[in-house]
Unconditional design. Structure first.
Length: 89
């Protein structure tokens, strides 16, 4: 699973647990609701750590609690470049 997918699923899970909407979370987190919405829709492939910290503050949880989920067990980052272009030989 890609990191962006895991973050999307985790935010959705926490929204349900805390009975919050994206708008209410953004208000509590002190960030734009578009940042959270874009994470949820997969529009943001690599959310900043700062955004994740604000989201955690909105939920009233620590960063380690956010990442303490099975979604992050086998998570993968997106490739920055085509590995075939960097082959030697």
């Amino acid at each position: 699973m890609l990191l962006s997918e895991a973050i999307n699923l985790r935010i959705g899970e926490l929204l349900k647990e805390h009975n919050l909407t994206v708008y209410k979370l953004s208000y509590r987190a002190g960030i734009s609701n578009s940042i959270i919405s874009d994470c949820k829709r997969g529009k943001v492939k690599e959310p900043t750590l700062s955004s994740i910290i604000h989201i955690c503050e909105g939920f009233g949880i620590e960063l380690k609690e956010f990442f303490n989920s099975p979604y992050f067990k086998d998570v993968e980052a997106i490739d920055r470049f085509d590995k075939s272009e960097n082959k030697i030989g």
